[in-house]
Design a binder for this molecule. Structure first.
Ligand SMILES: [Mg+2]
Length: 366
């Protein structure tokens, strides 16, 4: 089998016009088409990178994923571009073998993939009653884990000094307390700080939120200084989670060696693809660090992440978006099945779904 063409589909979505969803299709001379997704944030260069990788891939054997990954990565290809291509190659191999991807990577450790809801609060004002009500509505839909942002409501004038004013800290704790009280002790609740604070402010935040038994505090300090993060992790009782901005196993290595976080959250559509996730998860497990994949773009990334979560022993929970564009599920020929707070995977070959070209075309990003 040989690759004949690589196509990129930039599609509008929740983040448009800041950046599109980016789907990748790899065509073969056997009639099999593989599907993947790349997370590109505001980096339009990712699209060009996928097209460049396509020039390399045409004529190549799609089964030689390790060779192609190494060749493209060492040539300087953006890991997000590599992620979409690599996932599409696994989809091809799965379809050719007649097996779901999880069966190619070790088989199921679990049938259903638990998810946590990000964005349960979309549409609410940043006040206790509205967040609490929205949290209860998500729980009523069957979700058992939620995540809320605590940094973004801070007025911008105070947001860029990495400090935490006493009044802001009090308000954060009150918001978290309100949601915790509304959903009860048995619902997992995490908070995201988007790297907003310095070490001292993070330690104060950790102390203030300790009573609420959070699942994790995410990115308290900016990415880039592992020792600083380790100080926060050592000084808090709430687990610290990081990793959505880290590419490939190489950028996770120091984090593991210093045991600088309690939980990692690599993003399959950015960090290098599905087998790269498997390698990162395996390295993490040697430190007994669980994996909670970051997942904030389209449904192909969600589906591929679910395959990964199915076949790693140290899976914790997968990110899932509420309040997305209403047609997001129409992008797949087989919509994602999410029931009782978990993604249910089928035994269909490869990813188990293709891109719905009509919908992708209708919402194509300029
Ligand atoms: Mg985050």
């Amino acid at each position: 089998m040989r690759v004949t063409e690589v196509r990129v589909w930039p599609v509008q979505g929740r983040h448009w016009p800041r950046f599109p969803m980016l789907f990748v299709e790899v065509y073969t001379d056997a009639g099999i088409v593989g599907l993947g997704e790349s997370l590109c944030y505001q980096a339009t260069g990712v699209l060009a990178s996928i097209e460049q990788a396509g020039e390399y891939l045409v004529g190549k054997d799609p089964f030689r994923i390790e060779l192609h990954w190494e060749t493209l990565y060492r040539s300087g290809l953006h890991p997000a571009a590599l992620s979409g291509i690599e996932t599409a190659l696994w989809d091809i191999v799965g379809q050719a073998a007649g097996q779901p991807i999880y069966n190619l990577l070790g088989g199921q450790c679990r049938a259903d993939i638990p998810v946590y809801v990000d964005g349960f609060f979309r549409g609410a004002r940043y006040v206790e009653e509205e967040y609490a009500a929205m949290a209860c509505a998500a729980v009523a839909q069957g979700f058992r884990a939620l995540k809320m942002d605590v940094d973004e409501p801070i007025p911008a004038a105070r947001r860029f000094n990495r400090a935490l004013a006493p009044a802001d800290l009090r308000q954060m704790a009150q918001m978290v307390a309100a949601v915790r009280e509304a959903v009860g002790a048995d619902i997992d609740l995490a908070v995201d700080c988007h790297g907003a604070f310095d070490v001292a402010a993070s330690l104060r935040l950790g102390a203030a939120l300790a009573p609420y038994e959070l699942l994790w505090i995410e990115d308290p300090v900016p990415s880039g200084n592992v020792r600083a993060l380790a100080k926060v992790t050592e000084g808090t009782t709430t687990p610290i989670c990081t990793g959505e901005l880290l590419n490939t196993r190489y950028e996770f290595r120091e984090l593991f060696e210093r045991q600088a976080a309690d939980i990692i959250m690599p993003d399959l559509a950015r960090t290098g693809g599905i087998m790269e996730m498997k390698k990162i998860a395996a390295a993490a497990d040697t430190y007994y660090i669980p994996v909670a994949p970051h997942n904030m773009v389209g449904p192909v990334a969600t589906l591929a992440s679910a395959h990964l979560c199915a076949c790693i022993p140290n899976n914790l929970v997968l990110e899932y978006q509420l309040g997305d564009v209403p047609w997001v599920d129409d992008l797949l020929t087989v919509p994602l099945a999410v029931h009782d707070g978990a993604v249910q995977l089928t035994a269909a070959p490869g990813l188990g779904a293709a891109l719905n070209h009509q919908v992708a075309e209708r919402y194509r990003a300029a």
